[in-house]
Design a protein. Structure first.
Length: 201
């Protein structure tokens, strides 16, 4: 058993999660057809002070890792302040992103900050299918920055929910990601949309 697995088992016995997924924004620059988040309902989001208080609470509980997600986390102008505070509390952090707003410079900064892993939404190995799902010209940007993350040594994961439109792409997605040094992950679950409203409607 690895050290991390041993720690996780001890935390589970105390009913403390090793990792908490923290949705810090509902805002997104894409409009994915399957997304459960209602991007139009992005008012009253937590401000930086409120997020820091929640990080404090998680730290006091014994949580060791925070996975930041959205929406698109890089739409928050204070994203690096949030990350810096998590690091100040000596907690690990992960990020789940579309990658479409991420620059090489910011990626280098995340590497310096010791990010544990970065997850990217990849819906197909085919540009037209991926873009049809995101309803934007996003494929090349996502793939480019994901490849760069893997290249500089960040543990990089592709996250692919299986839908009717991409159900026959699994093997090709898997092989493409492996060729880039990216860990492919697939999910058969589609989360129910808020108020039963999809962003494409």
């Amino acid at each position: 058993m690895s050290i991390l697995s041993n720690i996780e088992q001890k935390l589970l016995k105390k009913r403390i999660p090793l990792t908490v997924v923290f949705e810090i924004t509902k805002k997104c620059n894409l409009n994915c057809v399957h997304c459960y988040v209602n991007h139009l309902n992005s008012e009253n989001e937590l401000n930086l002070t409120e997020i820091k208080k929640l990080v404090d609470q998680l730290y006091e509980m014994g949580v060791m890792i925070i996975a930041l997600t959205g929406g698109e986390v890089f739409l928050r102008k204070d994203i690096f302040e949030i990350i810096e505070y998590i690091r100040f509390k000596k907690m690990g952090f992960k990020i789940i992103t579309t990658g479409t707003l991420l620059s090489y410079k910011d990626t280098d900064k995340l590497k310096e900050y010791g990010i544990l892993d970065m997850g990217f939404s990849v819906y197909s190995h085919k540009k037209e299918i991926h873009n049809q799902i995101t309803q934007a010209d996003s494929f090349e940007k996502t793939i480019d920055i994901a490849k760069y993350c893997a290249k500089i040594g960040i543990t990089t994961i592709s996250k692919t929910p299986i839908m009717t439109i991409n159900q026959f792409d699994i093997e090709e997605i898997h092989n493409l990601m492996i060729s880039f040094g990216i860990i492919p992950q697939f999910d058969l679950t589609i989360t129910k949309a808020e108020n039963n409203i999809r962003n494409s409607q």
